[in-house]
Design a protein around this ligand. Structure first.
Ligand code: S3P
Length: 178
């Protein structure tokens, strides 16, 4: 059993394909802290994969669950959290999770996002003929919200291990402490 530490949370966010889940898993492993994947929790609670949630209940319903889960996780400590790509776009969610710990936004160039997501058919927002255009549109729409997250790591040319080291370095430097 892993004991939750009373340290602040580490929350990784960023667009689809930036490596949130893989990096959070690695950071959690190195720190010995619990790893929490918000998409997995929501899927488990609703008993269906994200694309079915979007298709059957609509995006707004999914966003409502994300919002509630942000509140829930912000009451806990010592977690390494991977959000969904759209979770911290609303200001309210950034504020909620930001109070619980260190927020880090992972970024990546479009070309590499396309490469990383090439085999993935489970992203409802990318279910379109022209993925590149869709990604560029979403990134443009979300750019200002992502940019408001104080710590950014460009993962385009880094391995999961390298990004995890940068995250832990930020944490060790006391980033995000109040
Ligand atoms: C979304 C990203 C997905 C998932 C959902 C919506 C988004 O998570 O939450 O499909 O709005 O960017 P990943 O970023 O983990 O793929």
């Amino acid at each position: 059993m892993t004991i939750e530490s009373d340290a602040r949370n580490v929350v990784l966010t960023g667009f689809m394909g930036t490596g949130k889940t893989s990096v959070a898993r690695e950071v959690a492993r190195r720190l010995g802290w619990p790893f929490v994947d918000m998409d997995l929790i929501i899927q488990a609670r609703l008993g269906m994969p994200i694309d079915k949630i979007f298709a059957r209940r609509g995006e707004a319903f999914f966003r409502e669950h994300e919002r509630a889960l942000c509140r829930e996780l912000s009451a806990r400590r010592g977690l390494v959290v991977a959000t969904g790509g759209g979770t911290l776009i609303p200001k309210e969610n950034r504020a909620t999770l930001g109070r619980s710990g260190l927020l880090i936004c992972l970024t990546c160039e479009v070309e590499e996002i396309l490469r990383r997501l090439a085999g993935a058919g489970d992203r409802p927002l990318l279910a379109t003929a022209n993925r590149r255009r869709r990604i560029e549109e979403l990134l443009a729409r979300r750019a200002a919200a992502y940019a408001r997250i104080p710590h950014q790591i460009d993962t385009t040319r880094l391995t999961v291990e390298e990004v995890a080291s940068e995250v832990i370095e930020l944490l060790d430097r006391g980033a995000g402490e109040r």
